[in-house]
Design a protein around this ligand. Structure first.
Ligand code: NIG
Ligand code: FE
Length: 419
């Protein structure tokens, strides 16, 4: 048995003793220790040991020195589109000059531009690029990431994307949770024939389910994309094939996607920039997790989601990066936490809960990860500072000095030393 011990921890902060998403009085749910060591056995947390307890260091194969820094659970990024063929910095520039996201979509840019390029990009190239992004993510403290397809928009290319995600999951130490999102846009060859594309999506779902290529089925329920009725049809079909529903809801227009999330029993509804008070109450009542994307709102220069309203309504809030070339080009969950605090007015404790435990709940992983508790997978981060406040405070920088992934310690260098 491999045993490791993390010593010289200035502070350890984590959610504890819950298996369901945290709602309401968030901050009180963060347990904070200032006098402990952390024991890991065979890739799992085994004990939080008080410093005055006698232990035999010779029992351990590895001693990890936290150097009087703070230890937190690994960050969980529960919403990304990080398999893509190229940046879209040209659109970013156009948007800065006044073009809207919908105008760009309507002119064949946006998702369709990525889809066109993706069809001409080999699986090998997509995998190489994805692995680089996963390296960046883990070095910024993300230890588990959800990744959606949705730039394929044809049978072959959607399956290609999901196979790339599966390969990356085998090759990379980061954990990946795959989501099918064939319903991300209507491809050009089905313009004016949404019914035809829905039939095609159902054929894709059959294959995805047969080959077990995804856990979730997500959809862009939005004006000009998929209507509520079309979304219901696709999500119900996915459910009948074992795929759990998720919804991109109320990003631009409140069409009724949040209500649909409740109706179909979605695990989470994402974006929620335009959600009405009534829908927020309903999401709370049905236990649908509100997965908010603070960097996306900033990147699209929009008002952020009303996170305080969600929390006051006892709705569980997760936050994630939405990493994609169109509306949020970042791999950094540290930036997401900072913007969640600054623009959505989450407290630091609420943001940490939203980026760890509640994020794990949003991808149905809360039994295995999302908190530092005996029996859970040993995923944690060591941050450059003696307390967790540093994470959003030292904004835009990489505050992670070490990552422990399934018990394996990765040191993240801060400086290039020239001798
Ligand atoms: O979550 N809203 C739809 N999908 C993505 C954007 C993808 C893109 O622009 O390429 C999102 O923001
Ligand atoms: Fe998204």
């Amino acid at each position: 048995m491999k045993k490791s011990l993390i010593v010289n921890i200035s502070q350890l902060a984590t959610v504890q003793n819950t298996t369901s998403p945290i709602t309401g009085d968030y901050a009180k749910k963060l347990a904070i220790y200032s006098d402990v060591k952390l024991e890991i056995s065979d890739g799992k947390f085994s004990r939080i040991i008080l410093n005055d307890e006698k232990i035999d260091l010779a029992e351990y194969n590895e001693i990890i020195d936290a150097e009087h820094q703070c230890v937190l659970p690994g960050l969980v990024d529960s919403h990304t589109h990080c398999v893509f063929p190229a940046y879209r910095d040209d659109e970013f520039d156009l948007r800065l000059k006044g073009a809207t996201y919908l105008e760009i979509l309507e002119n064949g840019g946006g998702i369709l531009a990525s889809s066109d390029k993706l069809s001409k990009t080999s699986a090998d190239q997509l995998l190489t690029d994805l692995i680089k992004r996963l390296d960046t993510m883990i070095s910024y403290g993300t230890t588990c990431v959800e990744i959606k397809s949705g730039y394929g928009l044809s049978f072959d290319n959607e399956i290609k994307m999901l196979e790339v995600i599966r390969e990356a999951n085998k090759k990379h130490i980061i954990d990946i949770v795959p989501t099918f999102m064939g319903a991300h846009a209507i491809p050009g060859n089905f313009k004016g024939n949404t019914k035809g594309y829905i039939s095609e999506i159902k054929r894709m779902i059959d294959e995805v389910s047969e080959k077990k290529l995804a856990v979730f089925n997500d959809i862009f329920c939005e004006k000009g994309v998929f209507s509520v009725d079309e979304s219901r049809e696709i999500l119900e079909y996915g459910k009948s094939k074992g795929l759990l529903p998720k919804i991109h809801a109320d990003e631009i227009v409140p069409l009724g996607a949040s209500e649909l999330a409740c109706e179909v029993g979605a695990i989470s509804a994402e974006h929620l920039l335009a959600t009405t008070d009534k829908s927020i109450e309903m999401l709370s009542e049905y236990g649908v997790i509100a997965n908010l994307l603070p960097v996306t709102a900033l990147f699209l220069m929009k008002e952020p989601a009303r996170a305080r309203k969600f929390i006051e309504s006892n709705c569980a809030v997760a936050i994630s990066s939405d990493c994609n070339p169109g509306s949020s080009m970042t791999e950094s969950m540290q930036l997401v936490i900072a913007i969640a605090c600054l623009n959505m007015k989450l407290t630091i404790e609420e943001a940490i809960v939203a980026a760890t435990f509640n994020a794990a709940c949003a991808i149905d992983k809360q039994q295995v990860l999302g908190s530092i508790e005996p029996g859970k997978q040993a995923d944690c981060i060591i941050i450059r500072g003696d307390n967790y406040r540093i994470l959003p405070y030292h904004i835009g920088m990489n505050n992670v000095s070490g990552v422990v992934k399934k018990g394996n310690y990765l040191r993240i260098p801060s400086l290039v030393t020239i001798n």
